[in-house]
Design a protein around this ligand. Structure first.
Ligand code: PMP
Length: 399
């Protein structure tokens, strides 16, 4: 047979999958590996999809999505984050944030263009860049800097071949956040270079401290920024497959061409549900956020007490825990924890090379599961018979 596209042939499957397959083949496993809310979609949101079927809304919508939904999205970004987008020309409704990532890459990248990603980063970015013919260039983030992007690192990574950077704050997997002050230090560099800024804001509602800030909040680079957001995390709607992409009108028109030929329009029933989510669902989001916050507090306290240094994440439902005190690699730690104590978590290396020495633990699960999983992790560490100073020296919580 003739060879398939070699870029695809050489793509590595997601490093998360292996653990799910292993966990699924075992009984009694507690999974702290998942990347989705454990809550079901609030029923008043689902009910609007049911209603849409009853009303016969079973056809395509406009390519960009229902205008009523685009108006809701515009109103939401205006009132919640102080950023204005025109529902007619600057908003595109997509099949999840996932489609939006792919659309950005395919629309912006010409073969050989460099695209900067932060390491560790969300698993879909580098494959999307590669599939579009681009070259990912990584900037390493560190626990000591709370996994933020630093201006000197950004400056060093940009050259004449750089087309774009992909940012994701609050971040999967680190839970790191960029504040307004943090952005103020990198925005002049972004402005000067003129590169596109793809800002994946899918966790914008899951922020526990301070105010959410987007690079699009900075008027001087607003037209360079492509904002990705969606309904999966904020409204517990992962299965609905709905997201959106905000950008200046010229870019939006180009993005819409790709969407038009590949997708046509996002699922109609999901769009009706999403209107309800934005109109009446914010209170649900707030109660889910409070619950995530209590779980975060519990899990961070327990992990730090066991000697696994864990920065308290300011957003998302993940902690990125330093496991070097165990003397194991990330992969060894995760495989042994799963096989010997039946807790599934994900090695930091699934998100990039600088994830070595870390594991990602999701707390999108019940308090009861979190407590039991922590006890099992503790038992696992005890079984390793670590010298006491290797644990003690890592005591104390990083903020
Ligand atoms: N971006 C990030 C950072 C994510 O964590 C996810 C989901 N895990 C997505 C995008 C995709 O989300 P969806 O396609 O469900 O909107």
């Amino acid at each position: 047979m003739k060879p398939i596209n070699q870029t695809i042939a050489h793509l590595k499957p997601s490093g998360i999958r292996k653990y799910f397959d292993l966990a699924n083949s075992m009984e009694g496993v507690i999974s702290l590996g998942v990347g989705e809310p454990d809550f079901d979609t609030p029923w008043h949101i689902s009910a609007k999809a049911v209603e849409s079927f009853e009303d016969g809304h079973t056809h395509y919508t406009a390519n960009r999505g229902l205008i009523a939904l685009r108006k809701q999205i515009a109103g939401y970004y205006h009132s919640r984050y102080g950023i204005d987008y025109d529902p007619q020309s600057e908003i595109l409704v997509t099949v999840g944030g996932s489609e939006a990532v792919d659309l950005c890459c395919r629309t912006l990248i010409s073969p050989g263009d460099e695209v900067i990603v932060l390491d560790p980063n969300y698993v879909a970015y580098e494959p999307a860049i590669l599939m579009a013919g681009g070259v990912p260039v990584r900037i390493e983030l560190t626990q000591d800097n709370d996994f933020k992007l630093l201006p000197e690192d950004l400056e060093r990574a940009i050259n004449d071949h750089t087309k774009a950077i992909i940012l994701n704050f609050p971040s999967n997997p680190t839970g790191g956040v960029m504040t307004r002050e943090d952005y103020e230090r990198v925005v002049p560099i972004l402005k000067e270079s003129g590169i596109y800024v793809i800002s994946d804001e899918i966790y914008s509602e899951l922020l526990f401290e301070g105010e959410f800030c987007s690079p699009a909040n900075f008027e001087q680079i607003r037209d360079q920024v492509l904002v990705i957001n969606g309904f999966s995390k904020a409204f517990a709607m992962t299965g609905w497959r709905l997201g959106y992409l905000l950008s200046n009108a010229d870019l939006s028109q180009q993005l819409t061409k790709v969407h038009q030929f590949v997708i046509m329009s996002a699922p109609t029933s999901a769009q009706y549900a999403a209107i309800e989510a934005l109109e009446h669902g914010i209170a649900d989001t707030e109660s889910m956020r409070r619950e995530y916050e209590s779980r975060r507090n519990l899990i961070c306290a327990r992990l730090n007490r066991m000697g696994l240094t864990t920065n308290v994440p300011k957003g998302t439902f993940y902690v990125f825990t330093n496991i070097t005190s165990s003397g194991l690699t990330s992969d060894e730690f995760c495989v042994r924890l799963l096989e010997e104590h039946k807790v599934a978590i994900v090695p930091g290396t699934a998100f990039g090379d600088s994830g070595e020495g870390f594991v990602r633990i999701s707390y999108a699960t019940s308090m009861e599961n979190i407590k039991e999983a922590c006890s099992r992790i503790e038992a696992f560490l005890e079984s390793l018979h670590l010298p006491s100073e290797s644990v003690d020296s890592h005591h104390g919580s990083h903020s």
